[in-house]
Design a protein around this ligand. Structure first.
Ligand code: NAD
Length: 474
């Protein structure tokens, strides 16, 4: 049985109190690893190592730090098959997705921030007889806390800019999918990352969270996960005046106008709704369609959704794998039951697939008002609702009518409309005639209950640094 150990000061170790938890393959319901279940003592140990390592790492040139990150990216690419298989087994996602999306993107994240740090310049302001320039210095030791839906992908998305800017990191991957992140320790050592600069702790967030956030030596917390956890972190960090970046839940709308390119929109709605079993914060789980297209799109979508291949994630033809865990499977099934009680009509899916593994048939529901719980709360599974609108104004109102504001997509060939509507949608990311097309230089994140701050490009480099203005009179 694989043992998933903490990685502290460049070495793998058991938890201080020797506690363990199981990691389960959600497609087979079999145990695949024993995972350290850390507590605050492990956090303190990791913080000590990070503190000892940080100043030296920060003093190295950006080129030197970039070289190490590039090497880490190369090593991840070299281990693509191994990492993709583990990601699929740990998370339940199709192996093909882990191989083409998750693991390549983990390498790209490190490569991207290695490049970015070499190109980053800071502001200078000239006055009469004086010049100001801004130094952006690393914060020190930072916590990076990530979720289970895109395990290595989102973990590296945080630690890459933190390391590039000269911080030491306490990384906390999700306890639900810890394995690929734990292997990053090997990658870091082989790439020559100095000991203690990256520390990776496993275990339940609630046990370690307080120390990860409140410890005096932690200068910032970069978190991706649920809005409920983000709220706890926010409450802990606020009185301590800590920097926080919170990437949280979404209840995104996909808006299809009557002047869309129909085939393109149909393919887009399907991708947005059901990629990664609907377990992407950016997934479009509320499909809003102009009334003139409603019946046509509904019929076509039901056909496409029902023919998605659900099953063994290791099978190359599988399009929908298992949900990540028993608890999450039960939550999603509960949401489907709630939708029925709220008066929703299940157009397809709505039930478990098979009897082993946490598979759910992709589900489309109609007949629900926007203010019901199904349309207001994040489900984070292969479940989408479909609803019609008659005017642009109504589409905007419906889209904006939840507490979330992460990522919307809209489909229209009328360019004036796309600008006009984008301006009025309350979300941090708007995709027009596309979905999840990513340029890593752009600000990434949400507004309202979906997020505080932005990741990506210079936003991330700024987050992980403290600006200091130096004014020189001459
Ligand atoms: P979660 O909030 O349960 O856990 C996320 C991480 O926080 C895990 O590592 C967990 O161990 C840790 N954690 C839990 N309690 C903690 C505490 N009290 N203090 C500190 N850390 C704690 O979220 P999840 O179920 O792993 O992920 C799914 C959620 O993540 C969904 O809501 C999804 O929308 C969101 N998400 C958001 C984005 C984004 O970019 N906005 C991206 C992916 C996922």
């Amino acid at each position: 049985m694989r043992k998933v150990l903490n990685f502290i000061n460049g070495e793998y170790c058991e938890g201080v109190d020797g506690e363990w938890m199981d990691s389960i393959n959600p497609a087979t319901e079999e145990k695949i690893a024993d995972v350290v279940n850390s507590n605050e003592k492990d956090v303190l140990k990791a913080i000590e190592a990070a503190k000892n390592a940080q100043a030296n790492w920060a003093s190295q040139s950006p080129e030197r730090r970039a070289k190490v990150l590039r090497k880490m990216a190369e090593l991840i690419k070299a281990r693509l098959d191994e990492l993709a298989l583990i990601e699929s087994q740990d998370n339940g996602k199709p192996l093909s997705v882990a191989k083409t999306v998750d693991i390549p993107r983990a390498a790209i994240n490190l490569q991207f921030f290695a490049d970015a740090i070499g190109q980053w310049s800071q502001e200078a302001y000239h006055m009469k007889g004086a010049v100001n320039y801004t130094r952006r210095q690393p914060l020190g030791v930072v916590s990076c806390i990530s979720p289970w839906n895109l395990p290595l992908y989102l973990f590296t998305w945080k630690i890459a800019p933190a390391l590039a800017t000269g911080n030491a990191v306490i990384g906390k991957p999700s306890e639900v999918t810890p394995i690929t992140a734990s292997l990053l320790g090997e990658v870091a050592n082989e790439a020559g990352l100095p000991k203690g600069v990256l520390n990776i702790l496993h275990g339940q967030g609630a046990r370690m969270g307080k120390e990860l956030v409140e410890n005096k030596s932690i200068k910032a917390v970069s978190f991706t996960g649920s809005t409920a956890t983000g709220r706890i972190i926010s409450q802990q960090a606020a009185p301590l005046f800590k920097k926080v970046s919170l990437e949280m839940g979404g209840k995104n709308a996909t808006i299809i106008f009557e002047d869309c390119d129909y085939d393109k929109a149909l393919a887009g709605v399907l991708r947005a709704g059901f990629s990664n079993q609907g377990q992407i914060c950016l997934c479009g789980s509320r499909i809003l369609v102009h009334e003139s297209l409603y019946e046509r799109l509904k019929t076509d979508l039901v056909e496409k959704v029902s023919s998605l291949r659900v099953g063994n994630p290791l099978d190359e033809l599988t399009q929908q794998g298992a949900l990540v865990s028993k608890a999450h499977f039960e939550k999603v099934m509960g949401c489907i039951e709630l939708a029925k009680r709220e008066g929703g009509k299940i157009l397809c899916g709505g039930e478990r697939e098979g009897s082993k593994g946490y598979f759910v048939k992709p589900t489309l529901i109609e007949g629900l008002p926007m203010n019901c719980q199904t349309n207001q709360q994040e489900i984070f599974g292969p479940v989408a609702t479909i609803q019609s609108f008659s005017t642009e104004e109504e589409a905007i109102d419906l889209a904006n009518s939840t507490d979330y504001g992460l990522a919307f997509s809209l489909w229209s060939e009328n360019s004036s409309r796309t600008h006009r509507v984008s301006e009025r949608l309350d979300a941090g990311i708007i995709w027009v005639n596309t979905w999840m097309l990513r340029d890593l230089r752009t600000p990434f994140g949400g507004m309202k209950d979906s997020g505080v701050g932005r990741e990506g490009g210079t936003e991330a480099l700024r987050f992980f640094t403290e600006p200091k203005n130096i004014c020189i009179s001459y």
